[in-house]
Ligand binder design. Sequence first.
Ligand SMILES: [Zn+2]
Length: 191
Amino acid sequence: MDTAFLEELIEHKVAPEPLIAIQGLLNTHDYERDEELIGDAASARVWLAGADLIEEEATVSDEEVRDLTELRKILRRILESRTKGDEVDPGLYRDLQLLANKYPAGYDVSDRGEVTLCLKPVETAGELIGQLVGIVGIAQENDWWERLKICADDDCRWAFYDASKNRGGTWCRMEVCGNRNKNRRYRSKTN
Ligand SMILES: [Zn+2]
């Protein structure tokens, strides 16, 4: 994966590799600007190849794009519920399981016999879906998953990585989203 490409999209509060690939995917829809980067097979191919998540000659089918945006939706809803302190709908986990079944991940075996999730650029967007589900697993084993959050500002909803010691971050940018919400609360109190 091309972390510089992903960092440029994410801009701030960037997750460690390989979780940065998930953070990038979550931010392929910009709610604030209403911009969609992977809306169809052609644009998805350009973005995924740019991020070096798929090979330059990789194929992306309409079905794979639907499933990739479905993965994005599932992960977003899980993180959004968690960020708000709501219970996560267990149906989301079942939907994630269905995608994991449909697109099995690849593995590498080293000369010394260590088995790790294959993180090389893949040949189809479907293989990437399997790889991304595997990355969620890696993040969960590393105390990173709890740190991936959705900005609590309803206009923003940017996916950010909370590296703070107490994991208490709520906003992707305190000075923008945090202040905007503070002002809003202030206004609604005085109105
Ligand atoms: Zn924000």
